[in-house]
Each structure stands twice: as structure tokens, then as C-alpha cells.
Design a protein around this ligand. Sequence first.
Ligand SMILES: NC(=O)c1ccc[n+]([C@@H]2O[C@H](COP(=O)([O-])OP(=O)(O)OC[C@H]3O[C@@H](n4cnc5c(N)ncnc54)[C@H](OP(=O)(O)O)[C@@H]3O)[C@@H](O)[C@H]2O)c1
Length: 243
Amino acid sequence: MDALELRYTELTFPEPPADRPFTAINMVMSADGRTVVAGTERGLGSPLDQRLMRELRVHFDVVMNGAATFRASGTSARLNDPELERWRTERGMAPSPIAAVLTRSGDLPESRRFFTDDGFDAVVYLSSSAPERVRRELESRGRPVVVVPEGRETPAALDHMRRDLGARRVLIEGGAVLNGELVRRGLVDEFFLTLSPKVVGGDSAHPAVQWPGDQRVEEMRGMELVHARPASTGEVFLRYRLV
Ligand SMILES: NC(=O)c1ccc[n+]([C@@H]2O[C@H](COP(=O)([O-])OP(=O)(O)OC[C@H]3O[C@@H](n4cnc5c(N)ncnc54)[C@H](OP(=O)(O)O)[C@@H]3O)[C@@H](O)[C@H]2O)c1
């Protein structure tokens, strides 16, 4: 079956766990396991991949990035499609999800759409390890800044999304460090992965998920395949559920 027949607007999701929002990662990766080419993900996914990425977003209340992805590519929750916005508003949702970014340094370029476009809501999660002046400077830009406790940033951010933003589903759009932080803590329910028919090469790794320390067989996370859809683009669209 060609993924062109696959509409991600038609996907269904399980109920969120009792204590946090339902979470899914979405990434595109080359056949040789790279998620970055020359500094960004641009060029890895086809227009079909980008369409399915936007269709996937319609199901989520928050779309989140790590700050390195924000710096490389920006963070926006825009759907850029009136039909997809209508899909949401017909179901009582805001036209776009809320965009969220997690940072320790506070180094978030001010010129990015996240700060300049008021067409979607957005929130900055800042580690309590950041100096006070960093918080004040970020707050002066007009987006809410939520300070999350050092060492517990990711669970605290999810908790804030659930309690204060009313989020039932959160989509994590990378990068690998943020993904790893969440997977390692058992905070990820599903993993959408587009396998791109490309070999990137080079000597930098840039996997889809990473965390510090040595690899350990007993720490590997198992997943169940929910779907695998090959497309005429040569891509394979994979959906896994973490077990
Ligand atoms: N192929 C794809 O689908 C895809 C998707 C997304 C991104 N990417 C690529 O991935 C690259 C970036 O990925 P990455 O893995 O290097 O970084 P990342 O996960 O995007 O961001 C890492 C940064 O997030 C912040 N962060 C992460 N965990 C945190 C915590 N617990 N508390 C506070 N802040 C935390 C820190 O920000 P500070 O440094 O500000 O402290 C950290 O340096 C970019 O090149 C991007 O283009 C590819």
C-alpha cells in the first residue's frame, strides 16, 4: 500500500496515562541512521513526509522541541493548511497546537517565528539551573516562561502541560537529546519514524535518540510495530508503540 493512501488525520490514539499526557516522538531518519544533514533535518524527508508530519500534529495539544533544534530549524506548531486547521476547530481545538521548547541555557534566537508569530500559542520551559537574568530576558519577549526543576525538567514540563495547559497529547519533534531524555525516563508512548531512502554518510552520528553514558543491553527499549507503510517516494512510514 502506498502511504499516499494513508491519511494521518485518520489515526486514532489510546487514552493518555493517568498521570501525564500521551506522548509520541516523530522523526525522519536516513537509511544509514542519520537525522541531521549539514546541521539540520532539511532534505531528509519528502513533501509527503512533511504533509504527514503536519497531519500528525492535528491530534496533539502541544508540539515540543529541544533548544538545539530550535536554534537549528526553529520551533513552530503551525499546520500551514486551512483544511487541517478546520479539522481541529471542528473538534473544539485551537487551530494550531501550542509550541513548546525546553532549554537550560536560554539561548533561543529572538528572530525565530516562535517569538515573532502570534498565530499560535507558545511556551518556553527553562531549567531552574538557568540564571535569573536569563529568565527575565526570555520573559521580556512576550511568551510565557515556565521554570522547571533541575534534574526533573522533562517530567515537570509534561506535568505543567497536563495541569496548566490541559494537554492530553504531546508530540515530541526532536532532537535526539530531548527524545533520549524522555525515552530513558519511560515517558514516551509512541515513536513515528520516517525511514528515508538516503545515505547521508560523514563521520558524525546524529541518531534519532541518544542519552549520555555507555550503551547497555538491559536498557534497550522494546517496541511493537503499529504500522509500516511504504510509499512511492521510497520512504517507509513507521509507527511503533513502546512497551
Ligand atoms: N531528522 C529529524 O526528524 C529531526 C528532528 C528534530 C531535530 N533534528 C535535528 O537535530 C539536531 C538537534 O538535536 P540535538 O539532539 O542536538 O538537540 P535537541 O534535543 O534538539 O536539544 C537539546 C537541547 O535541549 C535542551 N534540553 C534537553 N534536555 C533538557 C533538560 N532536561 N533540561 C533543560 N534543557 C534540556 C538543552 O538546551 P540548551 O542547549 O539551550 O541548554 C539541550 O542542549 C538539529 O540539527 C536538528 O536539525 C532532526
